[in-house]
Design a protein around this ligand. Structure first.
Ligand code: T1G
Length: 701
């Protein structure tokens, strides 16, 4: 069956696009729309045309899998021309998400109606490009510059009611999914009856009131501040400026030229990689692909601390029942207050409405009696990061939990196999490593243990999607994917301080690379005592003898970071701005002397390379050890859990773009200057470099 069909309903020709899963506008869809528009215009029984899509959504944009390949005809300009130049009125009927090229095709239609639940957007900047099918020229002509700037520069979709209010859609359809086709026919019939002439946006001007220059300047400044280092938003503003200053055709040509330049940019390649990487991460490994997830709606959470409460809020937000267990009445009270305070805050800030506030409150219960978990489908242990504490809880859970319940631990480092070994049901156990704050952070490391059953893994991935997390599957090792790599990153930051770089220099270099904050400000925020206590649980030989000298000393001086008002930086009361502290320079010099390290001037380039390439090298080892299934999973972990700049695609993609041979050479260089203990290229990295391959090639093998 062809992707695009035409059928008649009375005097209306209905063109339906059917290209699952999201009606991406592939070559076949473009060709099909042109064919059917021409057919409808040639058919004397048809007086108006409706463009609609089948399945769960209207067209969600150009087919991103066609990017970077030789362009196939017809292109978007031909499709748009066919729609806009149709001599019979064309009405776009929108449901689900009209995004990118999908919304641009709708803008080429003469009228638009949308189901009330639909979303409309031009998210191209999230892929490092700009709308390239005349969206930057048509949208401002229809809704004005302010909303066009907001939609195109942020890339965020708007709701159908807001689109209706703004005149982006001409009518709003309420009711179930079937209401839309009916309403579209009725709307088209009315257009014919009223003799309403087709409205062609290319023939309209952008409404102006003299504030445009200020609006553009403000948009540029905001984009520079909010999207530091990202090119596409600025380019999108260039195209919108052309809509104000150039005739339509010239503006459209400028838009195409800008799109071409963006499409070829390394940033766009990185952002497209990120788009597909997060979707690939959701795919189960072969041995679990045919597993049937277990049903669940009752979640048990052990521990009502920061992590436990964050996890509870994420589950309540997904409409799941949550039973929380705390050790005593005081702790119970604290946790209960924290949950209700957060729900009240969500209501006050409009994140949830009154109905959701009531529902989520009702879904939550808390007790000190573990027996209350006897009916729970999935139980998440989120207590203190100590092996013996966790093992004792799992021994109790093994007695209490029902048959078939899934038992999980939120450990961020510890060995899940060891934890599972104290129960009689290791197949029902895995790790669910949330990131703080767990109700906000998108990343979830799903840690598959040696004996985890395939359906247990599959269920965990369903839970992740349900609570709106980006899940990455990791196997058991110290620190799984994210934290294992983080050790090298923090080690290098500690050594660079001893060798002569100031904390401010290190953090600025990493911020300039694109991170929201540098490693030292980050450990001050998290609290250096966590790392300190964790290192105490392992043999010292595991760690670099010098890297943590300054951090350990500061913790012993009760300078743990923000929470004690001072750490690597000092903080004024109630203020989180890190302020340089000369006391740190003195401590660092003393520790460098004790370590026999001669201090020197260090370049920002060396700082970036030592911190980032330590991630890459350890990432390669994670692939060798099969802890991570894909290099792109490692990228997703760092994009969603550790603040790696999305426009660089993640550490592994970044390394591939730079060239793995160059990365290897740089690592060997550090082997000579810093030492080979940490700076020896991982075998996989060497192999790929010798073969002239990338990590993307590795994933494809
Ligand atoms: N092209 C190709 N494949 C796509 C796709 C697209 N535009 N959108 C989604 N997919 C695949 C996706 O990889 C996944 O595949 C499956 O569909 C389901 O997606 C000219 C140049 C629509 C909100 O940026 O935001 O138009 O993993 O898991 O969570 O100006 O997909 O199953 O094999 O995400 O329900 C602009 C991108 C393109 C929208 C649905 N459009 N898509 O979310 O499902 S640039 C976008 C989304 C453009 C023009 C320019 C989301 C969604 P698989 P999913 P979902």
């Amino acid at each position: 069956m062809s992707t695009v069909s035409l059928h008649k309903q009375g005097r209306i020709g209905v063109i339906a696009v059917d290209h699952p899963p999201v009606n991406a506008i592939s070559q076949a869809v473009r060709e099909g729309i042109i064919t059917q528009i021409n057919a409808a215009n040639a058919d004397g029984h048809i007086a108006a045309i409706v463009l609609i899509a089948k399945g769960r959504t209207f067209m969600a944009g150009a087919d991103i899998t066609e990017f970077g390949k030789a362009p196939k005809s017809p292109g978007f300009p031909q499709v748009i021309n066919a729609l806009e130049q149709s001599h019979k009125p064309v009405i776009a009927a929108i449901h689900g998400t009209a995004l990118g090229g999908g919304l641009e095709l709708a803008l080429a239609c003469h009228f638009r109606i949308a189901h009330e639940g639909a979303k409309l957007g031009l998210p191209e900047v999230t892929l490092g490009i700009i709308p390239g099918a005349q969206g930057t020229q048509r949208l401002p002509r229809l809704v004005g510059l302010p909303l066009a700037l907001e939609m195109i520069v942020s890339g965020k979709p708007i709701t159908a009611p807001k689109a209706h209010q703004a005149g982006l859609v001409d009518d709003l359809v309420k009711g179930d999914a079937d209401a839309l086709p009916r309403a579209a026919i009725a709307y088209a019939d009315k257009i014919i009856t009223d003799g309403t002439a087709p409205r062609r946006l290319s023939q309209m001007e952008v409404p102006q009131n003299g504030s445009e220059a200020d609006l553009l300047a403000k948009a540029r400044a905001d984009a520079t501040r909010k999207m530091r280092g990202v090119l596409a938003p600025q380019k999108a503003i260039d195209a919108l400026e052309a809509a104000l200053t150039l005739p339509f055709e010239d503006g459209a040509a400028k838009e195409r030229a800008i799109l071409g330049a963006c499409m070829a940019s390394p940033q766009s390649k990185a952002l497209q990689h990120a788009f597909f990487a997060e979707r690939k991460a959701a795919r189960l490994p072969k041995h679990a692909q045919n597993a049937t997830p277990r049903p669940f709606n009752q979640i048990g959470i052990i521990g009502g601390g920061t992590m436990g409460c964050g996890i509870a809020l994420a589950c309540l937000g997904a409409g799941l029942y949550v039973t929380m267990i705390e050790r005593d009445a005081d702790a119970l009270k604290r946790a209960q207050n924290s949950i209700h305070k957060s729900l009240d805050e969500n209501l006050a800030r409009g994140r949830i409405d009154k109905a959701a506030h009531t529902t989520q409150g009702a879904l939550f219960s808390i007790t000190t009696d573990m027996a209350a978990l006897s009916e729970a489908d999935i139980i998440i242990e989120a207590v203190f990061e100590k092996m013996e504490v966790k093992k004792s809880i799992f021994r109790d859970l093994d007695k209490v939990a029902k048959k078939g319940a899934i038992l999980t631990t939120n450990t961020s480092y510890l060995n899940v196999d060891d934890i599972a070994s104290v129960t009689g049901r290791p197949a029902d156990i895995l790790g669910l490593h949330f990131f703080s704050p767990a109700n906000i952070m998108k990343l979830l490391e799903v840690v598959e243990a040696k004996k985890t059953a395939p359906d247990v893994l599959a269920t965990a991935m369903v839970l992740a999607k349900k609570i709106r997390k980006i899940a990455v599957i990791a196997r058991v090792c110290h620190g799984f994917i994210g934290n294992r790599m983080l050790e090298g990153y923090l080690r290098e930051a500690g050594l660079l301080m001893l060798e002569g770089a100031t904390p401010q220099q290190i953090d600025k270099a990493i911020r300039d690379f694109g991170y929201p904050m540098g490693p030292l400000q980050m450990i001050d925020m998290a609290g250096m005592d966590i790392g300190y206590m964790l290192r105490k649980q392992f043999p010292a030989s595991r760690f670099d003898p010098n890297a943590y000298r300054v951090m350990n000393r500061l913790v012993e001086m009760d300078r743990k970071g923000q929470k004690t008002g001072a750490g690597i930086y000092r903080y004024e009361a109630g203020n989180r701005t890190p302020l340089p502290d000369p006391a740190i320079d003195k401590i660092t010099e003393e520790e460098a002397q004790k370590a026999g390290i001669t201090r020197r001037t260090i370049s920002d380039e060396e700082i970036v390379d030592r911190c980032i390439l330590s991630l890459v090298n350890e990432g390669a080892r994670l692939l060798e050890d099969r802890i991570a299934m894909r290099a792109s999973d490692i990228d997703v972990t760092y994009l969603y859990g550790y603040g790696f700049p999305r426009w660089r695609g993640g550490p592994m993609f970044y390394a591939s773009q730079r060239g793995l041979d160059k990365i290897c050479d740089r690592i060997k260089q550090f082997g000579e200057t810093v030492g080979t203990r940490w700076w020896t290229p991982a075998p996989l990295l060497q192999k790929l470099a010798q073969e002239g391959k990338t990590f993307t090639d590795f994933d494809a093998e």
